[in-house]
Design a protein around this ligand. Structure first.
Ligand SMILES: [Zn+2]
Length: 458
């Protein structure tokens, strides 16, 4: 029995242009009704959940997650990664192919589908590699990956450097109606950079990762999307130049899209110099107000939980990402959840792997930096986590239309909480946001009518 009646919440379903206080009826794992008829049609034995004062929206989708399985189960597994997703309010996630072995063949896709069905608590959609073993040399079998069920192809973590190979990848992908997602990084420009190239990389004596290293590939992707007509999506955009290129291309009707992650629109490269430097400079007014001295989280300089790829950028870049989100240039919000073990991160900055976890904090950080600062309406913010990724990847998700899978997220945009290491569901704790005062919290995550996580069940 999966019958559930959510009563009295503010239902926001952007795809159906609903933003009103309404009941939601779920029968047998499907949305049965939204609105006045929902309560009347509820079967006698249906469970009721009072969600007055809370937001009820289509289950959130994170289209950029590293689940690490198969091959790197010490960092994360399908079980722990999907549990972290549920905790963060996500009912669906899209996993990246840089596993071991890589997702460059139909067998690995089948393996993940099988494990996700057995051990996952949320829906897992899979991306396949563009090139064999993500090596950038030879195309992976796009057609058989598509038949195996991948929703897009990407070499994320890597970037195809050969423009001719990328062009052929786009032509195949178009033939198979698959979007191509790209981690934009020009290897010749970036070489072994570990943080944003600018004042702070010089001051700290760390090798720089220049903004142009991303923008070069964004520009390449725009040109190739235009030349081939394929759909191209630029992952985790971090620079002002990338936003400008994307905005101009989209205005001309090029089939190109982009996504942004909270760490790039909350933090800056000054954070690598330590919390004091950050709060004295770019951290001032970060959420539209100054955190009181005793509320300011602290961290040391060279904290490897501030090392990710692409790196934290300048305050100007952060502002441009926020503007790109506000004007719709950047359609999608996602985490780039990238778990790593303590022993891997507890080394010198130069040697630490890139990446941070993000599934459990991204909704709060997005609410704080976009909604509470009045850059985006709530319905628009929810769209970036629901209908936008669903449309881009052709997922049958992201709405509360009657008959749809009953994937629902219930959250309180005003709830204050602190992200606590003890309470994380991820296997890894490489997040810079532990101890941060956050605003906006998931209250319940419902997948196919079943509560897979709820605040009151803690
Ligand atoms: Zn990436």
């Amino acid at each position: 029995m999966n019958d559930l009646l959510l009563t009295g919440g503010r239902v926001i379903d952007t795809a159906n242009r609903i933003d009103a206080v309404a009941d939601v009826l779920i029968i047998n794992g499907k949305i049965s009704a939204v609105g006045p008829e929902a309560a009347a049609r509820a079967p006698a034995g249906a469970e009721r959940m009072d969600v007055k004062g809370l937001i009820v929206c289509p289950g959130l989708i994170d289209m950029h997650v590293h689940l690490r399985e198969p091959g790197q189960a010490a960092k994360e597994t399908i079980a722990t990664g999907t549990a972290a997703a549920a905790r963060g309010g996500f009912t669906s996630l899209v996993c990246m192919p840089n596993t071991s072995p890589a997702i460059d063949n139909s067998g690995t896709v089948a393996l993940i589908h099988e494990r996700a069905a057995q051990q996952g608590v949320v829906n897992v959609f899979i991306t396949g590699a563009i090139t064999k073993n993500l090596a950038g040399e030879e195309l992976a079998p796009t057609g058989s990956l598509k038949r195996a069920g991948v929703v897009a192809i990407t070499d994320d973590g890597h970037c195809v450097q050969n423009n001719e190979l990328m062009r052929r990848a786009l032509e195949y992908a178009k033939m198979f109606e698959l979007p191509v997602m790209d981690h934009c990084q020009d290897y010749a420009l970036v070489t072994d950079g570990v943080m944003h190239e600018g004042y702070w990389s010089t001051a700290l004596g760390l090798r720089g990762w220049p903004a142009a290293g991303e923008e070069m590939i964004v520009a390449r992707n725009i040109l190739l999307a235009e030349a081939t007509g394929a759909r191209v999506h630029c992952q985790h955009l971090s620079t002002a130049g990338s936003v400008r290129l994307l905005r101009e291309a989209r205005q001309r009707g090029v089939s190109i899209s982009g996504e942004a992650c909270p760490h790039h629109f909350v933090l800056t490269d000054a954070a690598v110099a330590g919390s004091e430097r950050f709060w004295d400079t770019d951290g001032k007014g970060v959420f539209g107000f100054d955190l009181a001295g005793n509320e300011r989280p602290t961290w040391p300089a060279y904290d490897t939980n501030l090392k990710m790829n692409p790196p934290l950028r300048s305050a100007r870049d952060r502002e441009a990402i926020l503007e790109g989100l506000a004007d719709g240039t950047i359609e999608v919000l996602c985490s780039d959840h990238a778990p790593h073990c303590d022993y891997e991160k507890q080394v010198e900055f130069d040697y630490a792997p890139f990446g941070i976890t993000g599934l459990e904090t991204e909704l709060a950080l997005a609410l704080m930096q976009l909604y509470h600062t009045r850059r985006l309406e709530l319905a628009e913010l929810i769209a970036r986590f629901t209908v936008a990724p669903a449309r881009l990847l052709g997922l049958p998700k992201g709405t509360l239309t009657a008959g749809a899978d009953a994937d629902v997220t219930v959250f309180d945009p005003e709830r204050d909480w602190v992200f606590d290491k003890q309470a994380t569901a991820s296997k890894s704790v490489n997040s810079p946001f532990y101890g941060w005062p956050l605003k906006g919290k998931t209250i319940a995550t419902i997948v196919a009518g079943k509560r897979v996580w709820a605040d009151d069940l803690e």
